[in-house]
Design a protein around this ligand. Sequence first.
Ligand SMILES: Cc1cc2nc3c(=O)[nH]c(=O)nc-3n(C[C@H](O)[C@H](O)[C@H](O)COP(=O)(O)OP(=O)(O)OC[C@H]3O[C@@H](n4cnc5c(N)ncnc54)[C@H](O)[C@@H]3O)c2cc1C
Length: 285
Amino acid sequence: MIPAAFDYIVPDSLEAAAASLAEAGDNAKVMAGGHSLLPMMKLRLAQPGVVIDLKRLDSLRRIQVDGGTLRIGALVTHHQVETSSEVNENCALLAKVAGSIGDPQVRNRGTIGGSVVHADPAADWPAALLAAGAEVTLTSSGGSRSVAAADFFLGPLTSAIEANEILTGVSVPVAAAGTRATYRKVKQKASGFAIVGIAVCLRTDGDTCTDIGIGITGLAGTPFRATAVEDQLRGTALSADNITAAAAGVADGVDALDDIHASGEFRAHLARLNTARAIQDALGS
Ligand SMILES: Cc1cc2nc3c(=O)[nH]c(=O)nc-3n(C[C@H](O)[C@H](O)[C@H](O)COP(=O)(O)OP(=O)(O)OC[C@H]3O[C@@H](n4cnc5c(N)ncnc54)[C@H](O)[C@@H]3O)c2cc1C
């Protein structure tokens, strides 16, 4: 349980962090709260020769509203998201998801950026970021680029970030007036990670669904947006029958995860049931 030897760098600026990362290449790991990285190093599943600790980069701890966009810095903790007035007023879904993560210690130490880059298939953030149409910003010594959440998660513990990039923040469109949203999770009892987690954002005109985003985590190795369910509901009345019928297809064609926590068949069942319930919950919110 002791990590392999490594060099430890604590840069004072984003530019210095990016330069250190460019120099060390694949041999380096960036550290945020260390909540996933340090256990991986202790188990020797990760053996970076260099750890670049971002803790002095206060510019990555900000939450701000910039026109129609809510921007959350990579080092913002889950607790800060949960309790932020900017988040609660502009995209309450994110606050709800943050409050469902782990326990108080995890929420006070774990960061949105670390969780997103770690890309655990049972993590909560991906569902919310997919449903809300988020983008992440990735910065290297060569510049910055934005990647839609829908293109970022590529597989278990695998994302579109390159070895020389630092995730600097997450952006979501400010929720339009009348948006209703919720997050529903069946969780592992010990850790709080999702066996399945379903985030829903929707708008209606009367009973008719005018827009809907559904993000699913836990069900498959890669979190995904349930576009077939969304397409079936957009433009229709959100009656109980229509919701149940659309949600019944959420696991179609999905290679459901099968592990010690739940069989693939049970996960698919939970996803169908809880997608319908999440849409109903959002309607009642
Ligand atoms: C007991 C326990 C319970 C948990 N329960 C839940 C839960 O219920 N739901 C849930 O979603 N999560 C849960 N987590 C995970 C937690 O939410 C952390 O956010 C997650 O472990 C990432 O930790 P971190 O932010 O400290 O990042 P770190 O551990 O520091 O880093 C994680 C990975 O991301 C990389 N990285 C970190 N920041 C950046 C960056 N800005 N740019 C580029 N790469 C970066 C690191 O190199 C590393 O590969 C739990 C964790 C623990 C320990």
